[in-house]
Design a protein around this ligand. Structure first.
Ligand code: B12
Ligand code: SF4
Ligand code: SF4
Length: 372
């Protein structure tokens, strides 16, 4: 949790014009590296119903934290008492000159979600939100606020839609018609009685359904609804145990997260590259071969993923995911021997995925011989 001050009933200084302050906050936000900033109230009643429906259907899978906080997630003032407004901010993350679909088409390479190539975004965005709060404080005096990015019980996309940042695409992503969806969201809960922005009402998807067609595991089960249990992002990052066999082939070379429903969205062509040095790829993660990453020792993994979001899955799940990618790679002796070298790895989870991958490789080798 960020540096914070409790939200409490407060009387803003009489000289402060809330409308001028809101304009100033957006300006500071842009200067701090956010591409868009909007302000909304705390009424999420409609989204409370959508969330309840999603949870009742069990679409959150093992993510118990999604169900854990009662109505705190959908009622900001229950999470942070005194909250009147939410300042929502967008930060684009695609680094310049990073390939996307091309790597998906190179099955010997690892595809890592483009948001995870560099340093962890949580710290960076939280720091910027705290800087924004300090600028506000210098203008209005002490006020109540709390900064959030991703990890807290917060309805980030719903708040951003209400704050005018974008619309919910059929892929459930929040999209800006001029910038696509490859961005993070963060917010400041505050007790400042700021004027609110108009919600982003217009939905630009129209008759398009490219995201649904592109999703490798059919995880977009209805417009704007993801069944996380089928989503590769969940399978590779959130799921702790074995990846269900039915999804393994469809995962292809996606070994950490998945971007397909964004990459094949027509609005993604408007993505603006981010010049944040923190998001620049490290250790060739944007192009590395599966075999190379699979050969990393645990020490190498820990060292090379220091400060990276990838580290949170740990070495065992890293190997699990890579094993699936290697099973899906074209047959080669290199791939087969890389897998064989891990057959005795001291983890049932890894060994089972390695055995599955070897079986896939053997099958491809035999087919190759038969057709030669
Ligand atoms: C849980 C979670 C996941 C789970 C579940 C995904 C999901 N769709 O919920 C998993 C692990 C699968 C996941 C994957 C990804 N995630 Co995620 N995830 C979250 C998290 C923590 C909560 C999301 C949530 O509230 N889910 C509950 C469901 C019910 O909400 P929802 O899917 O957003 O659905 C809403 C719409 O359906 C909407 N809605 C609007 N109109 C209508 C109309 C109807 C009729 C209905 C039914 C619904 C509806 O209502 C729902 C509730 O608001 C947020 C951070 C946060 N605290 O908000 C990040 C967040 C949503 N994730 C993010 C990202 C970047 C991703 C990935 C792209 C990562 C990757 N590359 O692998 C994928 C994309 C998958 C996808 N298409 O959604 C970003 C999204 C930014 C953006 N531009 O939208 C967030 C906001 C994190 C951040 N701070 O930037 N994620
Ligand atoms: S992230 Fe991948 S698996 Fe998940 S919904 Fe999007 S395309 Fe489907
Ligand atoms: S791919 Fe098409 S349907 Fe899906 S979010 Fe983008 S515009 Fe909407």
């Amino acid at each position: 949790m960020s540096e914070q001050r409790p939200c409490s009933a407060r009387t803003p200084s009489a000289e402060i014009d809330p409308a001028a302050l809101a304009t100033q906050i957006k300006q500071w936000g842009r200067e701090l590296g956010f591409q868009a900033v909007g302000i909304t109230d705390t009424d999420l009643a409609t989204h409370e119903r959508y969330l309840a429906r999603w949870l009742e259907a069990g679409r959150h899978g093992e993510m118990a934290y999604m169900a854990k906080h009662g109505t705190k997630r959908t009622r900001p003032a229950e999470l942070v008492p005194g909250t009147l407004r939410v300042i929502s901010a967008r930060m684009d993350y695609l680094p310049p000159e990073v390939e996307t679909t091309r790597v998906l088409g190179q099955p010997q390479r690892a595809y890592i979600s483009r948001y995870a190539l560099g340093r962890d975004y949580h710290k960076l965005i939280r720091k910027r939100l705290d800087q924004l709060a300090r600028l506000i404080e210098a203008a209005v005096g002490p006020f109540g606020y709390r900064a959030f990015v991703d990890s807290a019980p917060v309805m980030e996309r719903a708040l951003a839609q209400k704050a005018g940042i974008g619309w919910f695409g059929k892929n459930a992503m929040l999209l800006d018609p001029k910038a696509g969806s490859l961005f993070f969201l963060g917010e400041l809960y505050t007790d400042l009685p700021l004027p609110v922005d108009a919600p982003f009402e217009r939905e630009h998807c129209g008759s398009c359904s490219s995201c649904q067609t592109a999703c490798p595991t059919d995880a977009i089960v209805e417009d704007k609804v993801i069944d996380a249990r089928r989503c590769i992002s969940y399978l590779t990052i959130e799921l702790h145990g074995a990846i269900p066999v039915e999804y393994r082939r469809a995962m292809g070379n996606r070994v950490y997260g998945c971007d397909d429903c964004q990459l094949f969205c027509p609005f993604t062509r408007f993505t603006r590259a981010s010049d944040e040095p923190d998001f620049a790829p490290r250790h060739d993660l944007d192009r590395a071969e599966l075999v190379t990453l699979f050969a990393w020792s645990e020490t190498e993994f820990l060292k090379r993923t220091e400060g990276s979001p990838i580290r949170r899955i740990g070495y065992e799940r890293w190997l699990r995911n890579l094993a699936v990618g290697l099973g899906n790679a074209p047959w080669s002796e290199r791939v087969e021997s890389a897998l064989q070298a891990r057959l005795a790895y001291p983890s049932d989870l890894v060994r089972e995925h390695v055995r599955w991958a070897l079986e896939e490789q053997r099958h491809k080798r035999q087919t190759r011989i038969a057709s030669a």
